[in-house]
Design a protein around this ligand. Structure first.
Ligand code: HEM
Length: 532
C-alpha cells in the first residue's frame, strides 16, 4: 500500500467540531502555562497570545536563521507554538553546559504525539524517551558498536567500499547513486546480514517507506494532536478525527516494516544461511524459546534503530517535507561532500593521494588497516565534519524544569543546540582547510560535537569514522576527481550548495571521476571477479 498524504489530511467536515475543541484546549493550556511560569523564559521573537511565534520560524536553513538570533536575543532564546515550547542554544558554553554537564536532565527527546504515541515510532532509539527501554536499547547497540568490537566489522566495510569502487569505475557519472547504495548496503549488511544487490531490494524499499512514513508522522504543524496531545483520546469515528485512521494504518505499516527484516534473519538463521550481523548476535545471545514478546519487540526495534538512527528525522518546527533529501542519511552526506571538495581543491587531493600512495602499492586496494594510518586524510574528514555538520541542530528534551542563567527551560520543551554555529567558531570558518587539524596545536576536533553530546550522543560515531576513512583512502587511491566539462569544452567548478533541513547534504553537482591508471582499474576488476 502506498501512502498518499492527501488521503490522510484532516477533511473539511468536522472542522467546526475540531475548532471548538481546539479553542477550549488553547485557553486551557494557556491558563496552565501562565500559572506555571514563575521564572522568566529566555528572550525570543514576538509572540501572539495563545498562538506563540509560528511565523518567526523559518521553513528552511533553520541553523542559519537561529544563528542570527544570537545577536538579537543572546546565547539562549525561546519561542512557543500553540503551547509547545522551543529553546534555541546558540553558544558553545550553553550547549556544553546543558547537553553535556547537565546530561542527566537533557537526556530525553521531545514528545511527538502522532509519530510517537499514535504511530509507535517512539520505540526506535532515536525517538525513545529516556527510561528503561532506552537504556536497554542503548546497551544492546553499545555491545555491538563499541570500539573494541569494531574490528570484526572491517571486512564487511571493505566489501561495501570495494563495491563502490567498481560501480564508480563502470559508471562514474552516477556517483551519487553509487555512494547512496554502497553506504546503505554496508549498514543493512551490518544490521541484518543481508546483501543488497540493487536499489529495488526489499530492505532498501522498506527502509525508505519507513523513513517517508516517519517524515509524514513527524511533520510539524500537520497534526493538531501534536499541539494538543489530549486529542489522541478522540475515537476514530468522531467527526474530524480522520487523523486516528491515518495513525492506525501508519502504525500497522511501521510495525510491518520493522518486523519483516527481523523475521527474515530468523528464517535464515533456522536455515543456517544467516551471515554474521547485529540481529543474529542478539538472537544468538538469547535462547530462542525463552524470548518473551517484550524481548522480541525490544530486539526488533533495536535492529531497526541502527538502520533508521542514521536518518535523524527529528521534529524541527516548520520543517517542510518537500525539503527532505529523501532516503538520504548522515553517512552519505560527508562522502558526497568529500567528492565535491576534492574536485574544488586539487592541491589537497594531490597531497592526500601522495599520503595513500606512500603506504600502498599500485595493485593493492587499501584495506582498513591502511586507512587508519593516514593522518592527513583524517584531517580531511575532520574538516568535512566542521565545514558542514551533517546534522546541524541537535534536539534534546529536559525531563524536568531547569534554570539556566536565570531563565526557565520548561520540562518537555524541545531544546535545539546549534551545532552548525559551533562549526563557524574557527578562524576563517568558510575556507576548507584540513591543515587546521594537523600539527602540535590542532583546532577543536568537530567529532566531539557533530555526533551529539551527553547521554543521547550517536552510538555509530566510531563505525562512521572508520567507514569514511576507508572510503576516502580507497577513492583517492583509485581515482582522480576533477571538474566536469560543459558542452563548449569549458571546465565547470561545482558550487558549494546544500539541500536538506535536518540533514545537510551537498546539492546535486557534476564532476569527472577517472581511474588513475590501468593497473588500479585492473585491481578493482580483479576484486570484483574474486567476489563473484
Ligand atoms: C556522519 C555520520 C553520522 C552522524 C553525523 C550522526 C549524528 C548523529 C546525531 C547528531 C545524533 C543525535 C545525537 C544527540 O541528540 O545528541 C545521532 C543519533 C543516533 N545515531 Fe548517528 N550519526 C551518524 C551515523 C550513524 C550510524 C552509522 C549509525 C548506526 C550504525 C547511527 C546511529 C544512531 C542512533 C541509533 C542514534 C540515536 C541515539 C539516541 O537517541 O540516543 N548514526 N547521530
Amino acid at each position: 500500500m502506498s501512502f498518499n498524504s492527501t488521503m490522510f489530511s484532516i477533511p473539511a467536515t468536522g472542522q467546526s467540531n475540531s475548532a471548538i475543541i481546539v479553542g477550549v484546549l488553547v485557553l486551557f493550556s494557556a491558563l496552565l502555562v501562565s500559572n506555571a511560569r514563575k521564572r522568566p523564559l529566555p528572550p525570543g521573537p514576538f509572540s501572539i497570545p495563545f498562538v506563540g511565534s509560528p511565523f518567526s520560524v523559518p521553513k528552511s536553513r533553520y541553523h542559519i536563521h537561529y544563528a542570527k538570533w544570537f545577536n538579537k536575543y543572546g546565547p539562549i532564546s525561546y519561542f512557543g507554538i500553540f503551547g509547545r515550547s522551543f529553546v534555541v542554544l546558540n553558544d558553545e558554553e550553553a550547549i556544553n553546559e546543558l547537553f553535556e554537564r547537565r546530561s542527566k536532565i537533557y537526556c530525553s527527546r521531545p514528545r511527538m504525539t502522532m509519530a510517537g504515541d499514535l504511530v509507535g515510532r517512539d520505540k526506535s532509539m532515536l525517538f525513545l524517551p529516556y527510561g528503561d527501554r532506552f537504556k536497554e536499547t542503548q546497551r544492546l547497540l553499545h555491545i555491538f558498536l563499541k570500539q573494541s568490537a569494531l574490528s570484526q566489522h572491517y571486512s564487511l566495510q571493505e566489501k561495501a567500499m570495494h563495491g563502490l569502487l567498481s560501480k564508480l569505475l563502470s559508471s562514474p557519472e552516477n556517483f551519487e547513486r553509487h555512494v547512496r547504495s554502497s553506504v546503505s548496503s554496508a549498514i543493512v549488511r551490518l544490521v541484518y546480514g543481508h546483501q543488497i544487490l540493487d536499489h529495488t531490494d526489499m530492505f532498501v524499499t522498506l527502509a525508505e517507506s519507513l523513513g517517508t512514513l516517519t517524515d509524514e508522522a513527524a511533520e510539524p504543524g500537520r497534526w493538531l494532536v501534536d499541539s494538543f496531545p489530549v486529542l489522541r483520546f478522540i475515537p476514530a469515528w468522531f467527526p474530524g478525527a480522520s487523523f486516528q485512521r491515518w495513525a492506525a494504518l501508519a502504525r500497522e505499516q511501521c510495525r510491518k516494516f520493522t518486523r519483516l527484516p527481523y523475521e527474515e534473519v530468523k528464517t535464515s538463521m533456522n536455515a543456517g544461511t544467516c551471515l554474521p550481523c547485529f540481529t543474529r548476535d542478539l538472537l544468538n545471545d538469547s535462547t530462542d524459546s525463552s524470548l518473551t514478546e517484550e524481548q522480541e519487540d525490544l530486539f526488533m526495534y533495536a535492529s531497526a534503530s541502527l538502520y533508521i538512527g542514521m536518518s535523524i528525522p527529528v521534529d524541527i518546527p516548520n520543517k517542510s517535507v518537500h525539503e527532505s533529501t529523501g532516503g538520504t542519511n548522515t553517512v552519505i552526506s560527508p562522502v558526497l561532500l568529500f567528492i565535491l571538495m576534492m574536485c574544488r581543491h586539487p592541491e589537497i587531493q594531490r597531497n592526500a593521494q601522495h599520503e595513500v600512495d606512500a603506504l600502498t602499492s599500485e595493485d593493492n586496494i587499501p584495506r582498513m588497516e591502511d586507512a587508519l594510518k593516514l593522518p592527513f586524510i583524517k584531517c580531511i574528514m575532520q574538516e568535512l565534519f566542521r565545514f558542514a555538520p551533517p546534522a546541524p541542530l541537535l534536539v534534546h528534551s529536559p525531563i524536568e524544569d531547569d534554570i539556566y542563567q536565570g531563565f526557565l527551560i520548561p520540562k518537555g520543551s524541545m531544546v535545539m543546540a546549534n551545532v552548525w554555529g559551533m562549526s563557524r567558531n574557527y578562524p576563517d570558518p568558510d575556507s576548507f582547510n584540513p591543515d587546521r587539524f594537523a600539527g602540535t596545536s590542532p583546532q577543536r576536533d568537530p567529532s566531539e560535537y557533530i555526533f551529539g553530546l551527553g547521554r543521547r550522543a550517536c552510538p555509530g560515531d566510531e563505525f562512521t569514522r572508520t567507514t569514511l576513512l576507508l572510503a576516502f583512502a580507497q577513492i583517492l587511491w583509485a581515482f582522480d576527481i576533477s571538474e566536469a566539462v560543459d558542452s563548449a569544452g569549458n571546465s565547470v567548478k561545482p558550487e558549494v550548495v546544500y539541500v536538506g533541513g535536518y540533514i545537510l547534504q551537498p546539492a546535486p553537482f557534476k564532476c569527472t571521476i577517472t581511474p588513475r591508471n590501468s593497473i588500479k582499474a585492473a585491481a578493482i576488476r580483479a576484486t570484483d571477479d574474486a567476489a563473484e
